[in-house]
Design a protein around this ligand. Structure first.
Ligand code: ZN
Length: 310
């Protein structure tokens, strides 16, 4: 791979599509973002538009982090949430239009690759990561490789923490996503009678001052997360557990007040470092790893004329 090779990494988030051109050492050179389109075809068009804004001759490949269950080896999106790209042939379509090879993977796998390359997991070979945002995602690296199972391993948000708990989108009850995600936090806040939209930092401050309602919210939110971390650690024996996503740092701070539940499961838990950039950087790094050869530039005449999104 030439030193000058770059890749475009794209992260499909809940609100925004983010894209960056990333250097061969994982640095962001240029970035763009757009509002996400809830319609799958519209989303594909916008992805292509972002690629065209960032594309340069030194871009050798494109990586896309997709929320939901993704079989990266088959480049198939199996299921998604608010934006369902299942059955859209996402990788093939972007590849055909842009003329550059495309890798896709679950967004949490991409984020973990980035944290290991240039973030909080640098130099670690065995890492478990929980990505805490609206929901809870997860990713596992063992001996330097992403754990994939048959295709979609790493759904850590669906570790059961209460068999009699609230119903989960996956069809079971009491998954940690139902107790310790952003959505669950909002529910705990409402049930405790705190003002809607109370920020997590405010809850931590109130709890520190001895506010019983805030303490209860933190307890309901973070104790099941500790149980899930202990379960994942029992299964994977990681060097470190990382907490990423929009609420990762807050969860890490809150968790420091809740010790591991049993002496067997004492693992370092750290906040991820790259924040919202992790998905883009990881997607680009995966693309660079997989496509070490420089592709010929696409024939301009083959590029379709795209409508600019409104
Ligand atoms: Zn579940």
């Amino acid at each position: 791979m030439p030193e000058t090779s770059t890749a475009i990494g794209i992260d499909i988030g809940g609100t925004n599509l983010r894209a960056a051109r990333v250097s061969s050492v994982g640095g962001i050179l240029e970035r763009v973002s757009e509002r996400i389109d809830r319609d799958a075809d519209g989303a594909v068009r916008r992805i292509v538009e972002l690629v065209r804004q960032l594309d340069r001759p030194d871009v050798t490949a494109i990586g896309i982090g997709v929320p939901g269950r993704v079989d990266a080896r088959r480049r198939a999106v199996l299921s998604g949430g608010y934006l369902n790209l299942a059955g859209t042939a996402l990788a093939e379509r972007v590849e055909r239009i842009t003329g550059k090879p495309v890798v896709i993977d679950n967004d949490c796998n991409m984020a973990l690759v980035a944290e290991i390359a240039v973030g909080a997991g640098r130099g670690r070979e065995n890492v478990v990561m929980f990505t805490i945002g609206t929901g809870i995602g997860g990713a596992i690296v063992q001996e330097g490789q992403i754990v994939r199972g048959r295709g979609t391993a790493g759904q850590l948000g669906h570790i059961t923490v209460d068999v009699n708990g609230a119903p989960c989108v996956c069809g079971r009850r009491g998954c940690v996503e139902t107790t310790s995600s952003g959505m669950a936090l909002a529910r705990h806040v409402a049930e405790a009678g705190l003002p809607a939209g109370t920020a997590i930092d405010d809850i931590v401050r109130r709890a520190g001052r001895g506010d019983a309602a805030a303490r209860r919210v933190l307890d309901l939110w973070v104790r099941p997360l500790r149980a899930a971390i202990d379960s994942a650690s029992a299964a994977f024996d990681p060097d470190v557990v990382l907490l990423g996503g929009g609420l990762g740092k807050a969860a890490w701070r809150a968790l420091r007040k809740v010790p591991a539940l049993a002496p067997w499961y004492q693992y370092p838990v750290e906040a991820a470092e790259l924040g919202d950039d992790a998905g883009m950087i990881g997607a680009a790094v995966c693309a660079l790893i997989e496509h070490r050869t420089v592709m010929p530039p696409p024939v301009a005449a083959e590029l379709p004329v795209l409508e600019r999104p409104a």
